[in-house]
Design a protein around this ligand. Structure first.
Ligand SMILES: CC(C)(COP(=O)(O)OP(=O)(O)OC[C@H]1O[C@@H](n2cnc3c(N)ncnc32)[C@H](O)[C@@H]1OP(=O)(O)O)[C@@H](O)C(=O)NCCC(=O)NCCS
Length: 160
């Protein structure tokens, strides 16, 4: 489903529109979105990004232009999530606040990575498959592992 409030630039490619869930978000021109992707209200995806299947991009996430998102990438926006308030009422929109995450231009996020919230991923940085990102990632850094640590630099053929 692509909700009527989604703002899309020219040439966005969604080959299986019946298999995505996009609502209230902004998608830049030329971006390609695979099946089983959810992009929530308030998320912003830049131009010429590639969002691979099964990824979740939540509210308060901004991807700049030319960002690659692998398969099954999970963003988060609530560091201490709870289903209910202290008195046992189901939490509503006013009971928690989202933390923003920014992924800068041409960064790549490997498959099955999880990003905690309130982070910045630097320009052209490379996040390894399966990493759990808990801190900001510097520009051009390669990070891997749980928790993700800097293991190299993309300007140096991967060496640190
Ligand atoms: C991080 C990455 C870019 C490193 O690639 P590389 O520079 O060719 O690294 P190498 O394969 O030479 O591995 C270097 C070391 O890092 C380790 N390593 C590689 N990928 C890793 C990962 N995802 N998590 C943890 N460690 C990893 C290797 O085991 C190796 O360690 P060792 O020397 O102790 O054996 C790559 O492994 C990766 O994860 N790419 C993302 C792939 C992906 O998700 N694509 C999505 C679309 S298909």
């Amino acid at each position: 489903m692509i909700a009527s409030d989604v703002e899309m630039g020219p040439g966005v490619a969604i080959p299986q529109p019946e298999l995505v869930n996009l609502y209230g978000c902004r998608i830049g021109g030329g971006t390609r979105i695979g099946p089983f992707v959810e992009i929530q209200a308030g998320a912003v995806v830049g131009s010429n990004c590639k969002i691979s299947s099964h990824s979740f991009i939540c509210a308060e996430v901004t991807l700049e232009d030319e960002v690659f998102v692998g398969h099954g990438v999970m963003f988060t926006n609530d560091r201490y999530p709870r289903a209910v308030t202290e008195d046992g009422r189901m939490q509503g929109a006013g009971d928690w606040s989202a933390s923003a995450t920014l992924v800068r231009r041409r960064a790549s996020i490997g498959s099955n990575a999880t990003l905690l919230c309130g982070l910045t991923v630097g320009e052209q940085a490379m996040i390894a498959a399966g990493a759990v990102v808990t801190h900001d990632v510097p520009d051009f850094a390669i990070v891997a592992g749980v928790p993700a640590r800097v293991v190299g630099d993309v300007r140096n053929n991967g060496a640190s």
